[in-house]
Each structure stands twice: as C-alpha cells, then as structure tokens.
Write a protein that binds this ligand. Structure first.
Ligand code: ZN
Length: 323
C-alpha cells in the first residue's frame, strides 16, 4: 500500500521536529562554547577575512601571497582547535549532530528516500513502533550466558558467534537463518540481537510473528482491506526488506491457502536474495507436516538451521527470582 498522505506527513513531521531539535541544541552548544572561550569569536572573524583575502589573491594571481595566507590559515585553525580542546570540546561540537547522518535528518539522500525513511514507513505500516523499545532491552549488550551451563553453554556460544558472523557478512553474502528450539530458549532474543545490529547499520527490517504474517497474507489476496491491490502493493517490504523476521512459526493457524502464500513469500525472497530469519518451536518433521515438502526443501537448501539448547529460560528465571 503506498503510504497514505497522513502517514507521509506524520513521518515528515518527525524529521522537521528532529531538525528543529538539532538546530536548537547546536545553538545552545555554540552559545555555551562562545561564553566559555571568548577568544573564539575573534579567531573565527580572522579566519573569515583571511579566507576572503585568499580568494582575492587567487583571482588577482598572487601565488606568493596565496601561500602565505594558506600558512596563516592553517596556523589559525590549529590555534582554534587547541583552544577548543583545552575547553573540553572538539571541532565536531561546532557542527550540528544528526540522528541519521546519512540524510542529515531530512529523510532523503538526493531524490531517494533514506534507509531511515524506509524503516519509519515499515514501523508505521506494520505498527512496529514498539520494536525499538524491545530492541533496547534485548540486544547483544544485554545478552547473558548465565542461563546456560555445560554443553548448552558451549552450543549457545557457537550460535551467538554465528549470529555475529551473519551480521558481519550481511552485505556481502546472501544468508537465511532458521532458529529452532523449545519455548523460552532464547530464539526471539537472538533474533532481536540480529535485528538491532542491522537496523542500527541502516538496514530495513520487518519483524512479524507468524500469526501476523499469515493474517496479512490472507488479507492481501482476499482484498478485504485493500480492494484490488496485489499483496505486494498492499504490504510493501515483506518481499524486499533487507531482513524479514518471522517469529514463532507454527503458532498460527495455517490453511492450505496461507501455506501456499507462505511458500511464495519465502521463495520470492530467495529469488530476490533477501535475507529471512525464521524462528520456530517445532522440529523439522512437524514443520514439514504443516508447510508442505516443497516449502521445507526450499528452507533446507537455502537456510542455515540452528537448534537452540536448553529448557525454558523464562521458567528458570522465575524459579530463581521467585517472581
Ligand atoms: Zn536517514
């Protein structure tokens, strides 16, 4: 579904308020720096007038004067930098700071939408605004091995290393991941670790539970909500986001129609070489029984399959904390 005007305006409003905040913070910082280092203003004025003189010397063809000015300017810049550093600042403090340096919080790079705009669209369309809060809690920094011991601990260390390699090679290699394991063994946590790293490096990530995905697949084709639009128009980015996460496959209620749509979805992503990460409580046999042999054979041939060890961490946490 193309973005509705109101949604587009909502995204552009967040950029406008981000820009206003950046400007305000820069002005406050500059005032503070000027007050703390009064010499800075006269130094800046000298820099401006020397630069102007340098331009004139270049136009009038005075190479010696030009060289002399170049040296003077370099000297002044060094002095300015050391003054700043003595006050506890860097040159960067004189520049605006951006939430997204790639588009400088405009949402666009040239005429193309920036990756941060695409992610904002995804958040709006798929109601993913809560995802960032979850990812702030569940990421590699908060990941703990303390819930694993013995052989489980060793296996988990390998899986975490694999997850890091998955991220590291993301832009070079086409890879997909299927995480299997009982409820509460940390599959979703590990998926979140991967999602956070990739979103932080400007990749578009759509996160859906299998239940949500199957709802969308059935709605999109029946056209209940969106008339005659195709599934791809109705639900952009499912087929072409950088990473699609399908959490908890096997907990939804599939029917033969959604099962075939599911095959088309994962198959199309493989053809487009777009990464997919699936997690499931079921084993391979159960998955094959539900989602057909051809779906499973696509997964087996194109996915790295990892089984997470251990019993339900959530239950162990509860037993230990008594909550
Ligand atoms: Zn951006």
């Amino acid at each position: 579904m193309p973005l509705m005007n109101t949604q587009y305006e909502a995204i552009m409003r967040t950029y406008a308020s981000r820009q206003a905040k950046n400007r305000r913070e820069l002005e406050e910082r500059l005032t503070k720096i000027q007050n703390q280092i009064p010499l800075l203003s006269s130094l800046d004025a000298s820099l401006v007038s020397l630069q102007a003189e340098q331009v004139r010397a270049s136009i009038n063809g005075h190479p010696e004067r030009q060289n002399q000015l170049k040296n003077e300017l370099a000297q002044l810049r060094r002095k300015r930098q050391s003054l700043l550093e003595a006050g506890g600042y860097t040159l960067k403090d004189l520049e605006p700071s951006y939430t997204c340096p790639d588009c400088q919080d405009t949402g666009y790079i040239g005429t193309e939408k920036c990756h941060c705009f695409l992610q904002a669209e995804i958040e709006l369309i798929y109601h993913q605004s809560h995802l960032k809060e979850i990812l702030a809690q569940e990421n590699f920094h908060t990941f703990s091995y303390s819930w694993y011991e013995g052989e489980d601990l060793e296996i988990m260390k390998h899986h975490v290393m694999d997850a890091r390699l998955f991220i590291e090679a993301f832009d070079r290699e086409f890879q997909n991941l299927l995480l299997l394991g009982a409820v509460g063994t940390g599959k979703t946590f590990l998926s979140n670790c991967i999602a956070k790293e990739l979103m932080d490096t400007g990749h578009s990530v759509v996160y859906l539970t299998a239940f949500q995905l199957f709802q969308l697949l059935s709605k999109a084709v029946f056209g209940n909500d969106y008339g005659d639009t195709s599934p791809q128009q109705a639900y952009p980015y499912i087929l072409d986001c950088d990473l699609l996460i399908i959490d908890d496959l096997g907990t939804e209620l599939p029917n033969s129609f959604t099962v075939s749509q599911f095959f088309l979805c994962i198959n199309e992503r493989i053809l487009r070489r777009k990464a997919t990460l699936i997690s499931s409580n079921l084993d391979m046999e159960a998955l094959q029984n539900i989602y057909s042999e051809r779906t499973l054979s696509r997964i087996i041939s194109s996915y790295t399959i990892r089984k997470l060890p251990g019993t339900d961490i959530r239950i162990r946490k509860k037993l230990q904390t008594g909550t």
